[in-house]
Design a protein. Structure first.
Lengths: 457, 327
């Protein structure tokens, strides 16, 4: 009986395989794909966490589009939430309050979507750090790296567009800042801002629907396309790996997709989704009904954006008071430095890094084996300094929270940050370089000791 | 029904009778010994996932359950977590974990050469390659420019004159949220008021004001602003000149002898404007003072604008210092 069941199972598989191969000619490809080799290291999962967060984002996002109304048309709120009763607000804001408070499971899906966005960007950033400090961006994987960086930029924009759609007080403040940063671009800023907002802030009615189509179609499709390209490039050149007994520059060693890797990665996919839905259900995020609708004349105090914009708010706050002017012409309005110049510089450095490193080291070889951070002391030191720089700016963005929580003078903190932001990266540079070199020296000593111990035997 | 029962029995008892073992060498995946305990764990985990997943629609449908969001999240989250655990046990304990080797791909010099040759030979009939390439590039650029031209319809890209415009003119009354006119007596020291132009759109950056009162003796306004602050009442644009947020903080010293002057502060990036000197930046990133609106009192003691702002309102752009605010 058991044998017959198994025979029937085998027959089903055989029929399916035959059907697919005869109609796609894909059997050789699938055979290869199912035996594709995945080297194993915990840090290789970070990219997958980002991938699965994106899946959750798309799924929950589609649900939200079925209820959200991308319109700034004014309506009077007559829902159940008493503090807003009788207030005039936009359809966008009202529909989001309804998703949160009236539609069953709506708040779960909305909060899961928001958490997934935060985790998505976090996973990409940590993945980027892994790639940087292990030298995985080197030949032949520069393209994969550039595509990944491009996805990170788009993910930041996508997140910003997402929370800006709601038209609650916080999102309106975020848009005002975005508008001001665009305005501050030398020579063309005002024109660009008028173009995007269809007039002076808060802009025409069209702005909301434009932002919406960017958030639900243009940006996610772009991210999805780049994601496909990213994964194709990864598979085409195989994963990198750390040096092992059998793992060399020529041979990749790991477990195959089937049977070993598929259940593991499925397990990770479900784990990511589980964590996101648990957070969405149990941990409140962005309770927009409490912020109230946005009006140009209103602002809330001590507000913080989503974490991944913290570095920009920090930069905007740290820059001292000056506009660069030539006579009556304003060449560079202040928000440019923190809001546009800083992120452009950071992404510029990240995009140029593979080229810069190749120029300096003259290393044009293929690299399938990963460096440990200590193996490239200069890269690791410069990287640590660079990311320390960004992190200090990020911390400066929460100086007002530190004031509220610990009573530290805001102005004193900003002055301290203005100094630390230049001092700490330099300290980090030299400390990291020294640590890397000492670790390497320690290994040489260890090897010698082992050799000496082995000799008498 | 009978078949299902049998299937269930097979699932539970399974492995009693083994599948006739094929020739070990013919296998693609190496054989491993069965692990009944791991199978039981997986069965349990799938069972737990099923229960949690079933709980989801139950919670959804049962309105008497409080805190729906939390329980729904728990139900679906735990269901996913159990499936995840099952997958991981399958991966780690039930399937064989082999270590395979594969070659890292190299470059393909022969194909590279062939590609080069293909491109080269495809163009071998052209005699003026550079000129053709230039002409093609020119056409491409022009076409690109043509394609993006419709984007100019998105907004008034070449007309930025409206950035200078505000609804304020001499004689316009200051009203509060409900549309009631502000009287000078309404304005007390130590706090700030938000005012709007009467009968005007409030959702434009030029509209909202923040109004404060100082002792007239404390004022240090520039000469050119004589009479802008009747009874020491000052009005400024409520929109920060740094990044367009509404100014929502008023730093009012409690002990004037030791503390800094009264100042308006933007909660976004903490640009701080000294009200006594007419909105000068004393801290934070703003590159321009806060525009001040000259005030006058009507016969009935109501606050009215005595003109337009001292400068354009809102965030800076290339032209912000070229003209003043206009009606």
């Amino acid at each position: 009986m058991v044998g017959r069941a198994q025979a029937r199972g085998a027959a089903v598989i055989r029929r399916t395989v035959r059907y697919l191969d005869e109609r796609s000619g894909g059997a050789p490809f699938f055979r290869k794909a199912l035996r594709y080799v995945f080297p194993d290291h915990w840090s290789f999962l970070l990219g997958e966490v980002a991938l699965y967060s994106f899946v959750v984002l798309v799924a929950t996002g589609i649900y939200l589009t079925l209820f959200f109304k991308p319109s700034l048309a004014p309506v009077v709120y007559h829902g159940h939430y008493l503090p807003l009763k009788g207030r005039e607000l936009s359809e966008a804001y009202q529909s989001t309050v309804d998703i949160s408070l009236r539609i069953k499971a709506g708040l779960l899906i909305r909060q899961t979507h928001h958490w997934a966005a935060d985790v998505f960007v976090a996973a990409i950033v940590v993945h980027l750090l892994r790639i940087f400090f292990t030298g995985a961006f080197r030949k032949p994987r520069e393209l994969t790296y550039y595509v990944g960086l491009l996805m990170l930029t788009l993910a930041l924009l996508e997140g910003y567009a997402g929370y800006s759609l709601v038209d609650d007080l916080l999102s309106g403040m975020g848009l005002a800042i975005g508008y001001s940063v665009l305005m501050s671009i030398p020579f063309i800023g005002a024109n660009l801002a008028q173009l995007v907002w269809n007039g002076p802030f808060p802009g025409g009615q069209d702005f909301e629907s434009r932002l919406y189509i960017a958030h639900v179609l243009i940006l996610p499709v772009a991210i999805g396309g780049l994601l496909a390209l990213h994964l194709t490039l990864v598979a085409a050149r195989h994963h990198t790996q750390f040096l092992g007994p059998r793992a060399t520059e020529k041979k990749v060693v790991g477990m195959p997709t089937l049977p070993a890797y598929a259940p593991r990665t499925l397990g990770l996919a479900f784990a990511v989704a589980a964590v996101l839905f648990l957070m969405g259900g149990l941990i409140q995020i962005n309770p927009i009904w409490q912020w109230g609708p946005y009006h140009v004349s209103q602002a809330t105090n001590g507000a913080q954006p989503d974490w991944y914009l913290g570095w920009l708010i920090g930069a905007l706050r740290l820059v001292p008071s000056f506009d660069v002017t030539v006579g009556s012409y304003t060449l560079v309005p202040n928000p440019f430095w923190g809001g546009a110049g800083f992120p452009l510089f950071v992404f510029g450095v990240l995009f140029l890094w593979p080229t810069l490193e190749r120029q300096v080291t003259g290393d044009r070889a293929f690299h399938n084996l990963l460096d440990r951070p200590r193996d490239a002391p200069w890269r690791t030191a410069i990287g640590v300094a660079f990311f320390t720089w960004i992190f200090i700016v990020f911390l400066a963005g929460s100086a007002d929270r530190m004031f509220v929580l610990f009573g530290l003078s805001y102005q004193a903190q900003i002055w301290a940050f203005r100094v630390l932001v230049w001092v700490l990266p330099v300290v980090a540079l030299f400390v990291t370089k020294r640590v890397c070199e000492e670790l390497l020296r320690g290994e040489v000593v260890e090897v010698r000791r082992k050799l000496v111990e082995a000799e008498p035997a | 029904m009978k078949r299902w029962l049998i299937a269930l029995l097979v699932l539970l008892l399974g492995r009693r009778r083994r599948r006739p073992v094929l020739d070990e060498d013919a296998r693609l995946v190496p054989a491993g010994s069965p692990d009944r305990r791991a199978e039981n764990v997986v069965l349990l985990l799938f069972g737990a996932a099923t229960l949690c997943a079933i709980a989801f629609p139950v919670i959804y449908a049962w309105d008497a359950i409080p805190n729906q969001t939390q329980f729904l999240g728990l139900a679906v989250g735990l269901a996913l977590a159990f499936v995840s655990a099952a997958c991981i046990v399958i991966g780690k304990r039930l399937v064989v974990t082999e270590e395979l080797e594969d070659e890292y791909g190299d470059a393909h010099p022969d194909d590279q050469e062939a590609l080069e040759q293909l491109v080269d030979e495809s163009g071998s009939r052209f005699t003026r390659k550079k000129l053709l390439l230039l002409a093609g590039a020119g056409a491409g650029t022009a076409l690109g420019a043509a394609v993006i031209t419709p984007a100019a319809s998105l907004g008034p890209v070449f007309d930025v004159s409206s950035l200078y415009r505000t609804p304020w003119r001499r004689g316009i009354r200051l009203v509060d949220e409900l549309g009631n006119a502000f009287r000078a007596d309404d304005i007390e020291e130590g706090t700030f008021y938000t005012a709007y132009p009467e009968h005007a759109d409030r959702e434009q950056m030029g509209a909202p004001l923040v109004v404060v009162r100082l002792e007239p003796a404390e004022l240090q306004l520039p000469e050119s602003r004589n009479g802008w602050a009747p009874e020491g009442i000052l009005a400024f644009s409520k929109i920060c000149t740094h990044a367009g947020c509404a100014i929502a903080l008023y730093r009012k010293p409690t002990f004037p002898a030791v503390q800094p002057s009264p100042a308006l502060v933007c909660p976004c990036h903490y640009s701080t404007f000294n009200v006594a000197t007419g909105g000068e930046v004393v801290f934070g990133p703003a590159g321009r003072p806060l525009p001040q609106l000259p005030l006058e009192l009507s016969g009935a003691g109501e606050l009215r604008a005595a003109g337009n702002f001292s400068g354009p309102v809102g965030p800076s752009w290339w032209g912000v210092r070229r003209h003043g605010a206009r009606p």
